[in-house]
Every structure is written in structure tokens, then in C-alpha cells.
Design a protein around this ligand. Structure first.
Ligand code: TEU
Length: 560
């Protein structure tokens, strides 16, 4: 509906506060640090900031374990700091989107502390408890962070469910009191003037109530896109999101297109848009994250095709490569050395010309890389350290092999401190950073990127601006022109009065291709490219029968 339209031409910037900017010498970022960088964010040209959790939390999972939804974690600052952030952002025309984690709470939350060990607690039924089966866990479901998903409460001899760490207990959404608490929490932040919400693993909130063993999988089929999830979302949306006009993005774990069409339908009854992760599994071996594998390029394209076509006119998706759970895309699908800048620009182009709302994760806009850690002591993430223990100590994977896997797959790859300048610790903190800065910061940092007119940073500014200027990027339909090509990703966007082609070489070797009949370029029709000179009149050559794309080259062009 009309009032929501702003986010269809918007780009959203994700901040992971712990690693963004420390206003002092704590070694961890804070809200004051974010405020000091608002002008930088404004220069980039984004419309909104998605702030990952800043609530009171023991930080077992860096804030995704919330202990109090109504308080700011003192490590990040105070409620006054937060209000100042809201107002400073608003003065610059930047909206704020908060992260809401309501599939689970921290086991340090007052509700859980009351529920634990006491079957008569008024909060017992806020969580999911089951008796042992044959003296052991009620089901064989696996935690996303490794191990069984149930933990024992000895005094009552019942287990509680935790789909993530054992310090993150799943809430019982069957209980209407829980749903009321969720509405109260979100209303509190909406009342403050927050513009929208990112809903953490929101498609996992409704569990099948028979709690069966999973004979063929890890249990996810019993709670992913579960039986009452759409009903719950409609209930929250009607009570809060629609009332406040909030923009919402749901994080959907292992979801399907059909469900996402419903979550993000244009009637606005559930959410504005969805994150799905299928395209980020193109480098999993047999669906397993904890492997080392090259990415499957044809599969990657076919996943994009499926989602771009499926959500066109029937929903709305977020466009992204990076977040705080994913390795850096330039290290993952591009080349983080010789072709770092070219491949960073190409990868950005190939999703920013699609339909949806792009998300840029802090540091992505300067082409930050994985840090290439070589020792387990450098990692902090609960998932990484759990998986290290399980795979090395229980499954006999060699330490060297596991370190190689972590260097590719660990979530800490994207959580290294933001590289601001060439001063010690990349200008992130006056103290010792909580997680080691990547060693390339002297030559890869925001200060340099701002100074260099052809940097990745200025290229992202162009992409963000183009989305606002070129209608077809927001409205056009989508066709893959070369689905079988093993090196090029070339797609067309078409609306009633504009047609645009985006062609990307995903590899470090040049490639010459026949120009598809659809591409009839006139002189000067290029609107974007990552090699110098393409947009100069003398270089905007009318192509002949063939087109040669250099390593990681991309071009965007209007066609007749
Ligand atoms: O992540 C949900 C999720 O399932 C993944 O992205 C997960 O981190 C990945 O599959 C691990 O391999 C969200 C948050 O983004 C993440 O940071 C939290 O740890 C998680 O929920 C629990 O709240």
C-alpha cells in the first residue's frame, strides 16, 4: 500500500554495533560510536539503518540472547544515547530499524529465571517443556549451533527447547500471554519512533505440537514455516505493524518461495519483505555448511531466478550477500587479492540490479575481506567454538582441516572491527578490540575509500542512487538471458517503458560471448560498469556480434 512505498526504492545499511565504532577504549563498539559515523552513512546514501540487537543481554550470542527487551545493554550505552541516535538519524533523513528476537530469550531473562526449576511459576508456560523420553531428551532435534536442542532442568526433571544455544530458550507462542508480551515489546519501540523491525528467525516461532522424533533430518521440518506461523504474524501485524506503519523484514530460515509469497504479500497483512538464504548455500557440500567447497555457479543463478521470478508481483525480497552471520562475499565468491575491488563491485552490481530492497552490511561498502585467522584462539563466536569442539573433539576432524573450514565459514569472518583508517586497530577503538582486526586495514579502510573516486565505496553510492533514479530496477520483471553459461550471469529487467541488461563475469578470466539477440545497444547506453572508461563517449562503442568481458567485469546497459 502507498504508505509503505519508501522501502521499495530504499537501500538499508546493517550495523553490528559491537564491531562498528568504539567511542572510547572498551574494545567494543557502542551507540555513541554509531552517532559519530552518521555522516559517513549519510554520504553512502542509504535510507535506513538496521541495528542488530542492543538490548540488555549476557552476550552469549552477541545480543541475540535478550535478557530485557526494554533496556539498552550498558556495554552499548544508555537509553538516552539511543534516543539521541534516533533523533540524530532522523535529522539526516535516516530511518532506524530494530532487531526483534522473539523466537527465544536469554536464559537470563526474568521470565526464564522464574520458570526454571518451578513448575508452578506463572512464567513456566512461556517456554517449551517436555518430560524425558526413555530417560533422555524428548526428541532428537538438533540445535542450530550443534548438539541436541533440549536441555534438562534437573529440579523438575523436564527439558526445555533451545533451537540455538542452550542459553537461548525458545518461547512458547501457543501461549497467548507470550504473544501479548511480544506486542507490548514491539509497541514500546514503535512508540519511541523506531521506523521498522527486522524479525529474527521469525518463521521458526510455531512448532508442531506433537514433538516427534525426526527420522530423516534434524527436526527443522517440525517447526520451519510451522502450522500457525501465518496466523501469529497476522496477529502481530494487525496489532502493531499496521498501526504504526512500520516496515518489517522477516528473517526466514530454510523457508520456501510459497511461504515467502504469503509472508510478504502486497496486501500487507504479514510483513513488508523477507530474507531467505538459499543463494548463500551454493557453496555448501550436500547442504552442509561445515565443509569446504567451491560455489556452484549454475545453482546460484537458478536460485536467484526462482526467487526473482517467484516474488515479482507476488511478494518482496531483501537483496543481500553479507550480514553478521555470513563470510565476506568478496572472499567467498570473488577474489580478495588482485581483483578485490573489481570483484566487489561486480558482485554488488549483480544483486543491486535485481528487484527487492538491498541491504549493505558494514564494511561491505569498502570491500572488506575475511580476516584469514589461523588459530582457534582468534575466534569468539559461540557457533564456531561449539562446532570446533564437536568436529575436532568428537568427530575426529583434524585441527588443521577445521581451521581451514572456519577460515571460510565462521560467522566471525564478518564480525571483525570496521576498518575506518590506517591508525592502530583501524581506528575502531582506543583500546584492544574484542575480535582481531583483519591485517589488511592499512591499505583497506574507509578513509582511503572516500578519498579515491573509483573506490568500492563510491561505486556503492552510485548503485544506491541508480535505484532511486531508474524505475525499471524497482518495477521491472526479470529474465535470465544465459542460464546455462558457466561464467556469465546476464539478466534482463523489463518494464513497460524501460529495458535494462546486467551482465557479470563471475570469474578471473576474460570471456567472449555472442551477444544475445535481445541486446541491441546504442551508443552511450551504458549506465554502469566496473572498468574505467566504459562510460566515456569514445569507449561506449556500439558492440559488434561479440562482447568481451574482462576478469570480474560487469556492465549495465539500457537496450531498445
Ligand atoms: O540467525 C539465524 C540463523 O539460523 C542463521 O543465520 C545462523 O546464524 C546460521 O544458520 C548459522 O549457521 C539469526 C541471527 O542472525 C544470528 O546471529 C543468531 O545467532 C540466530 O538468529 C539466533 O538468534
Amino acid at each position: 500500500t502507498e504508505q509503505y512505498e519508501w522501502w521499495r526504492t530504499a537501500t538499508i545499511y546493517q550495523i553490528y554495533p559491537k564491531s562498528f565504532c568504539d567511542s572510547g577504549a572498551k574494545g567494543t563498539g557502542d551507540i555513541k560510536g554509531i552517532i559519530s559515523k552518521l555522516d559517513y552513512i549519510k554520504t553512502l546514501g542509504v535510507d535506513a539503518i538496521w541495528l542488530t540487537p542492543v538490548y540488555e543481554s549476557p552476550m552469549v550470542d552477541n545480543g541475540y540472547d535478550i535478557a530485557d527487551y526494554y533496556r539498552i545493554n550498558p556495554d552499548f550505552g544508555t537509553m538516552e544515547d539511543f534516543d539521541e541516535l534516533l533523533s540524530q538519524a532522523r535529522q539526516r533523513g535516516i530511518r532506524i530499524i530494530m532487531d526483534i528476537v522473539v523466537n527465544h530469550t536469554s536464559t537470563e531473562h526474568a521470565w526464564f529465571k522464574s520458570a526454571l526449576g518451578d513448575k508452578n511459576s506463572p512464567y513456566r508456560d512461556y517456554y517449551i517443556w517436555h518430560d524425558p523420553v526413555d530417560g533422555a531428551e524428548p526428541t532428537n532435534w538438533q540445535s542450530k549451533f550443534g548438539g541436541n536442542a533440549w536441555a534438562l532442568d534437573e529440579p523438575t526433571n523436564q527439558y526445555y527447547l533451545h533451537l540455538f544455544a542452550k542459553e537461548q530458550a525458545d518461547l512458547n507462542w501457543e501461549n497467548p500471554k507470550v504473544r501479548q508480551e511480544v506486542k507490548d515489546v514491539i509497541s514500546f519501540w514503535a512508540e519511541k519512533g523506531v521506523d521498522g523491525f527486522r524479525l529474527d528467525v521469525i518463521n521458526l516461532i510455531s512448532k508442531q505440537q506433537d514433538f516427534l522424533n525426526d527420522d530423516v533430518g534434524d527436526g527443522r521440518r517440525f517447526y520451519t514455516d510451522g502450522p500457525r506461523v501465518h496466523e501469529y504474524l497476522q496477529e502481530i501485524s494487525e496489532a502493531v505493524f499496521q498501526k504504526y506503519g512500520s516496515v518489517t523484514v522477516g528473517e526466514m530460515s530454510s523457508t520456501t518461495l510459497e511461504h515467502c509469497q504469503q509472508y510478504s504479500a502486497h496486501d500487507g497483512k504479514e510483513l513488508s519483505m523477507v530474507f531467505n538464504f538459499h543463494h548463500l548455500k551454493a557453496d555448501y557440500k550436500n547442504g552442509d555448511k561445515w565443509t569446504k567447497a567451491p560455489f556452484d555457479f549454475l545453482q546460484l543463478k537458478s536460485i536467484f531466478n526462482h526467487w526473482q521470478q517467484g516474488l515479482h508481483a507476488n511478494g518482496w525480497g531483501a537483496l543481500f550477500w553479507c550480514n553478521h552471520d555470513q563470510p565476506r562475499v568478496v572472499s567467498r565468491l570473488g577474489n580478495d587479492e588482485e581483483y578485490r575491488e573489481l570483484s566487489a563491485k561486480m558482485l554488488a552490481t549483480s544483486i543491486h540490479m535485481m528487484q527487492g530492497t538491498p541491504y549493505v552490511y558494514q564494511g561491505e561498502e569498502i570491500g572488506m575481506t575475511n580476516p584469514k585467522y589461523s588459530s582457534i584462539d582468534q575466534y569468539r563466536d559461540v557457533e564456531s567454538t561449539n562446532m570446533y569442539n564437536i568436529m575436532v573433539n568428537e568427530q575426529g576432524v583434524s585441527e588443521q582441516e577445521m581451521l581451514a573450514i572456519l577460515a571460510q565459514k565462521s560467522r566471525d569472518n564478518s564480525r571483525t572491527p570496521m576498518q575506518w583508517d590506517a591508525s592502530p586497530h583501524a581506528g575502531f577503538t582506543q583500546g584492544t578490540p574484542w575480535l582481531e582486526v583483519a591485517s589488511n586495514y592499512a591499505s583497506l579502510n574507509a578513509e582511503q575509500a572516500i578519498e579515491a573516486p573509483d573506490s568500492v565505496f563510491h561505486y556503492y553510492r552510485k548503485l544506491i542512487r541508480l535505484r532511486k533514479e531508474v524505475d525499471v530496477i524497482t518495477t521491472g520483471d526479470y529474465t535470465d538471458l544465459m542460464p546455462e553459461h558457466s561464467q556469465l550471469f546476464c539478466y534482463k529487467r523489463q518494464s513497460e517503458n524501460q529495458t535494462l541488461v546486467c551482465i557479470n563475469n563471475y570469474y578471473g578470466e576474460s570471456v567472449t560471448c555472442e551477444i544475445p539477440a535481445e541486446i541491441k545497444m546504442a551508443e552511450g547506453d551504458y549506465i554502469l560498469g566496473n572498468y574505467a572508461g566504459l562510460l566515456e563517449p569514445e569507449c561506449a562503442q556500439k558492440p559488434a556480434q561479440t562482447l568481451t568481458l574482462r576478469p570480474y567485469e560487469c556492465r549495465v546497459v539500457f537496450i531498445d
